[in-house]
Design a protein around this ligand. Structure first.
Ligand code: PMP
Length: 353
């Protein structure tokens, strides 16, 4: 006899980003803007003063309260995690009883389904329209027909970039009263249809926030949940006690203490995303048989290309040291600095022919 891994994990590969020496990485929707030097120094000074032999604050109170004041929400409705990935794992595995069902939309962020399947949840997938749109009514009938107890979706959506308006999200929350609705607003700083202010009005709403995009903290690993007190307390009860380490708490607190810097970085990313989209749209108007550009409301552009040309473009860019993401006939390109965008546009155009 020998120990054999169970079938749900035996075929899994560790998560790996694409390795290599890339000049320009526009593949992961990170911010292209670094933390300002003065704030970095504050972070480092704070970390130098920590008693690293002691456990961190299990509730991450300081960082939760800074986050709460940035969004003008009640700090008792905020909980902190080791990236929003940890939060997604907890929601998918702890908020369903054995045999209960989760609903996801497709396309959407792939980790929702991955974590739920690891937790052995039953899952049902609602396919979006071919232009990645969907209506609240579609979702409500699907969730209710499946008697789902959990729905997670991103708004705006990664990878499609499509957002649904706040009023539609409210319809979904109200139309699925027996289902926990987790709205992943990872990219909402780049749009304006958040429901974060509504968490206390509903007993089935969670808003998930990452610090990895607009807040420029992908390397720090910090994410938050905003939800009513009952849901927040449940999350605090199921998470591991010291899930956010003291260096992350200190670093994130230093960054969140400068709301003006956060606002400036967001404005800069939005303007970079708008000019990238504009340049691509101009190219699409010139060469309509070669590419079209989707309307996105996040920090990335989505380009559709005929046949296998998206895949070929992806490979050609990679050879030139430029990394984007390819999903079938689509390329997803994160907005970079002006120089990175210009390099990408030049390489893209050269490889079109
Ligand atoms: N949700 C969405 C929609 C994302 O795109 C990502 C990152 N790609 C995450 C969550 C995970 O974010 P974090 O870095 O906080 O784990």
């Amino acid at each position: 006899m020998a120990y054999i891994l169970n079938e749900k994990i035996s075929g899994l590969e560790p998560y790996e980003t694409i390795q290599g020496d890339f000049r320009i990485r526009l593949d992961a929707n990170e911010s292209f803007i670094e933390i300002p030097e003065s704030t970095k120094n504050e972070m480092l000074e704070g970390i130098a003063e920590l008693s690293l032999n002691r456990y961190p604050d299990p509730r991450a109170r300081r960082v939760c309260s800074l986050f709460a004041s940035y969004y003008n929400v009640d700090p008792d409705c905020v909980s902190a995690f080791n990236g929003s990935d940890e939060l997604l794992f907890l929601i998918s595995t702890c908020f369903l009883m054995k045999g209960e069902k989760a609903v996801f939309l497709a396309p959407d962020f792939s980790m929702y389904r991955f974590y739920s399947e690891l937790g052995e949840a039953r899952t049902a997938i609602m396919q979006k329209n071919s232009d990645a749109s969907f209506t609240a009514e579609d979702v409500i009938s699907f969730v209710n027909a499946e008697r789902a107890r959990l729905l997670i979706f991103s708004n705006p959506c990664n990878p499609t970039g499509v957002g649904i308006e706040r009023q539609e999200v409210i319809k979904i929350i109200e139309g699925c009263p027996d289902c926990l609705v987790a709205v992943d607003e990872a990219y909402m700083e780049f749009w304006d249809q958040s429901v974060i202010d509504l968490v206390c009005n509903y007993d089935n709403l969670m808003v998930l926030k990452t610090c990895s995009k607009a807040f420029r903290m992908a390397g720090i690993r910090c994410g938050f949940c905003v939800a009513n007190k009952t849901l927040t307390d449940a999350l605090l009860a199921v998470k591991s006690p010291y899930n956010v380490n003291s260096m992350t708490q200190t670093a994130a607190a230093a960054i969140l203490s400068h709301p003006g810097e956060l606002d400036a970085a967001i404005a800069h990313i939005k303007s970079s995303a708008a000019s990238l989209k504009q340049e691509l749209s101009d190219m699409a108007a010139q060469f309509p048989d070669k590419l079209s550009v989707r309307d996105t409301c996040a920090n990335f552009s989505v380009i559709e290309m005929p046949g296998d040309s998206a895949k070929r473009m992806y490979e050609a860019l990679k050879k030139e040291g430029i990394l984007v993401r390819c999903f079938g006939s689509f390329l997803r390109v994160t907005a970079g600095s002006d120089e990175e965008n210009a390099e990408f546009i030049r390489a893209f155009e050269n490889n079109l022919f």
